[in-house]
Design a protein around this ligand. Structure first.
Ligand SMILES: Cc1cc2nc3c(=O)[nH]c(=O)nc-3n(C[C@H](O)[C@H](O)[C@H](O)COP(=O)(O)O)c2cc1C
Length: 303
């Protein structure tokens, strides 16, 4: 079976993409993800200046998912550009560079740097749920989203993707503005704002109090978000992300409208083996129902 898909002008060997923030920090880790069978990789989100992130604990395992507040720890754009350039030398699958800033100007600067380093696409993280002045604070205002996306589109030639938050009543107004402004694709979703309290210490578990919830608990929310965006915007390329642990979760997101499927927490649960498991499961599903390309599944639940 041909598992290849076209995505915003790129070709992925299969629909499965490494989600941002999980293993996407170094060239050698990205290569391991490629070897494990991913169709494309997304880097961890990079900011202008290095960030050390929050104090531990930054990730907590809950019953139905993970709660994290890493605090966007990253080496800053200068260091990270070298890592991306290095990664591009050894990778044969597309590399999507995730960036975030506190203004449109910063986003433009970061996107330009990632393009210069050789990234195949840039993902604007407008949806980090727990870092003040970044992400969500830009990404919840449709007007600001339009400005940021237009500014980035006017300077870079590579495809621009916009990563959306599920922590809003609806993603549709934001997705609409992003696409109007020229975004080549949408990534839905980031983690949803959440928290946990330690009942013995009677204090929030995370040092930053609020974090983002990922994994199985997020999955049905991600399905709703992808369905909603596809319903409103039709065939805009969507990477569906959220709680993909088995091939069924992936197929569900594709039927809702996702052309590609991001995997994050699933790697923590199943290891890198998950990429082969997902691919095998999707292939078996396609054979069973007579699909010849994964693209035939995209949005099929809407018909
Ligand atoms: C530990 C951790 C770190 C993350 N870091 C980032 C990040 O730097 N940038 C980003 O856009 N999303 C980040 N995410 C969100 C994931 O990319 C993904 O959107 C979310 O976790 C939902 O997918 P999942 O349920 O498959 O993990 C992070 C998630 C986790 C669990």
């Amino acid at each position: 079976l041909n598992m290849r898909i076209k995505f915003a002008g790129m070709t992925f060997q299969n629909p499965f993409v490494l989600a941002s923030g999980i293993l996407g920090v170094s060239a050698s880790l990205l290569k391991r993800v490629e070897t494990a069978g991913a169709g494309a990789v997304t880097t961890k989100t990079v900011t202008r200046k290095p960030r050390s992130g929050y104090r531990n604990p930054v990730v907590v395992e809950l019953e139905y998912g993970l709660l994290n507040a890493i605090g966007l720890s990253n080496p800053g754009v200068e260091e990270f550009s070298k890592e991306v350039a290095e990664a591009k030398k050894i990778l044969s699958i597309p590399l999507i560079a995730s960036v975030t800033g506190s203004s449109g100007g910063e986003m433009v600067e970061l996107a330009t740097a990632m393009e210069a380093a050789g990234a195949d696409a840039v993902e604007l993280n407008l949806s980090c749920p727990h870092v003040k002045g970044h992400g969500l604070e830009l990404g919840h205002d449709p007007g600001v989203v339009r400005e940021v996306v237009s500014a980035v589109k006017s300077v870079v030639k590579i495809p621009v993707l916009v990563k959306l938050s599920p922590s809003l009543p609806s993603l549709v107004p934001i997705a609409e503005k992003a696409v109007e402004a020229g975004a080549d694709g949408v990534v839905a979703v980031n983690t949803i704002r959440a928290m946990a309290i330690d009942v013995d210490f009677r204090r929030p578990v995370l040092t930053s109090v609020y974090g983002g919830l990922s994994g199985p608990a997020l999955h049905p929310i991600a399905v709703r978000c992808v369905y909603e965006v596809y319903e409103a915007l039709g065939d805009v390329p969507i990477i569906g992300v959220g709680g993909v642990i088995t091939w069924r979760d992936a197929v569900e997101l594709m039927l809702a409208g996702a052309r590609a499927v991001g995997v994050g927490t699933g790697i923590m649960y199943r290891g890198l083996e998950i990429f082969r498991e997902l691919r095998k499961g999707l292939e078996a599903y396609m054979e069973k129902y007579g699909f010849t390309t994964p693209e035939e599944l995209v949005g099929a639940a809407h018909k």
